[in-house]
Design a protein around this ligand. Structure first.
Ligand code: ADP
Ligand code: MG
Ligand code: MG
Length: 254
């Protein structure tokens, strides 16, 4: 049982216009086996939250804390965060020139477990995970993210999720750029990880579509760098019908 705890998180970025506060006191707790959806309008700071927990150097935490089972995540290097069991799939994954998917996954697995996986079982695990995601075996020999389509990037993210077996995963806009078939396959991968490893999921999304496939236990609406409203799955349904206008009008008026 693991718990990611985000408390009163304030985050700034340096822009050409100066330092700007993006997150303005975020509180959020995600435990093993739970799925939390973060929804909200564009520009509300959803990706900033993901980047901040991931330790992206552009984002400065000015106040608050992030802990995983009581350990200070913000004091950890990016590698240490992964070893601690955090999985942070980024909205725009970077290219890793000259490194094949196969080598990348094995290196990551070795770094996270502290020892290289046994070759025979590993090859079988990779093959099985790729079949689950309906990925062609040739994909393993391609360079990471080089010329990947949107759908291939997302499948690669979920392939990592299945093989690296993190405790808590933050998935940012996993649904963007996916057609319905790919969305279903990717969602099945997340649901499999939930069932087999009791994964805790923080699913960041602008649209409600993916929530038909990955059922959230909790929904948090993000507006202007803060959680503006929280509820259960019914809140996502209301947002699907009503959109975010109500929150945005509130934001301008205040
Ligand atoms: P969301 O993911 O909800 O669309 P973001 O976290 O991407 O929102 O952005 C929130 C706000 O922070 C936006 O106004 C965006 O322009 C600003 N922002 C985010 N990252 C940066 C950055 N690296 N440099 C400058 N501004 C940024
Ligand atoms: Mg505060
Ligand atoms: Mg975003």
């Amino acid at each position: 049982m693991s718990t990611l705890e985000i408390r009163d998180l304030h985050v700034t970025v340096d822009t050409e216009q100066g330092t700007k506060e993006i997150l303005k006191g975020v509180d959020l707790t995600v435990s093993s086996g739970e799925t939390h959806a973060i929804m909200g309008p564009n520009g509300s700071g959803k990706s900033t939250l993901a980047y901040s927990v991931a330790g992206h150097p552009k984002y400065t935490v000015t106040q608050g804390s992030v802990t995983l089972d009581g350990e200070d995540v913000l004091a950890m290097s990016v590698d240490e965060r992964a070893r601690a069991g955090l999985f942070l799939a980024m909205q725009y994954p970077v290219e890793v020139p000259g490194v094949t998917v196969s080598n990348f996954l094995r290196t990551a697995k070795t770094a996270i477990d502290g020892e290289a996986p046994k070759l025979r079982t590993w090859v079988k695990d990779v093959k099985g995970a790729m079949e689950n995601l309906r990925m062609d075996s040739a994909f393993a020999e391609r360079n990471v993210n080089e010329g990947f389509s949107g759908g291939e990037k997302k499948r690669h993210e979920i392939l990592q999720l299945e093989l690296l077996q993190p405790r808590i995963a933050i998935l940012d806009e996993t649904d963007s750029g996916l057609d319905v078939d790919a969305l279903r396959i990717v969602s099945e991968g997340v649901n499999r990880a939930k069932e087999t490893t009791d994964l805790g999921v923080l699913l960041i999304t602008h649209y409600t579509r993916i929530l038909r496939y990955i059922k959230p236990d909790f929904v948090h609406v993000f507006v202007d760098g803060k959680v503006a409203e929280e509820g259960g799955p019914e809140l996502a349904e209301r947002l699907e019908n009503e959109g975010y206008d109500r929150y945005l009008q509130g934001a301008t008026a205040s």
